[in-house]
Design a protein around this ligand. Structure first.
Ligand SMILES: [Zn+2]
Length: 121
């Protein structure tokens, strides 16, 4: 009789959760080279008109969110990576008023994965 591995019920449930987690799938895909390098476009809530405008900056983040998420949500109380600290005070053009503005509130600065719209080979 060979060695058998017994999983308790809760352990199996945990495994199922792990296997179906989209976050894990994405990570596994990345390790296998199945997905392009994760790049993010920065979008900013406009202080002039309230709409969300592109900052026209694209950055690489290894552990960024899978969907659009604010910087405050992504790095709650944690140190932001240097490429994100570098955009502090960066001016964004309001497409409606034609004026430049600076958004300081990290709740209103968003990371948007760009691999959904563009394949990088
Ligand atoms: Zn605007």
């Amino acid at each position: 009789m060979g060695l058998r591995l017994y999983l308790s019920e809760p352990a199996q449930n945990r495994l199922n959760v792990l296997l179906t987690s989209p976050y894990l799938c994405a990570k596994v895909g990345l390790d296998k080279g199945g997905l392009p390098v994760p790049q993010y476009d920065i979008y900013v809530r406009c202080v002039e008109c309230g709409a969300v405008h592109p900052m026209r900056i694209r950055i690489h983040l290894d552990n960024g969110p899978l969907e659009k998420q604010s910087i405050a949500e992504t790095y709650p109380g944690a140190t932001r990576p240097p490429q994100l600290q570098a955009i502090d005070g960066h001016k964004t053009l309001c497409l409606k008023t034609g004026r430049m503005f600076i958004q300081q509130n990290h709740d209103h600065i968003f990371l948007v994965p760009s691999y959904s719209s563009e394949r990088i080979t």
